[in-house]
Design a protein around this ligand. Sequence first.
Ligand SMILES: [Zn+2]
Length: 60
Amino acid sequence: METKSTIECPDCGHVTTETMPVDSCQYFWQCPACETVVKPKDGDCCVYCSYGDTACPPKQ
Ligand SMILES: [Zn+2]
């Protein structure tokens, strides 16, 4: 199972590699660069499914 995801801030484009929680979905993520709190797009369970390059562990 892949627990690292590279997530791109939809606001400023900052790219960060994060470790995802393995037993839950992360609904909120705060960009370390611009401090925007990012939420998933409609229909996605977590920010990694919307903006990351790897699906979240519950989906894997
Ligand atoms: Zn940002």
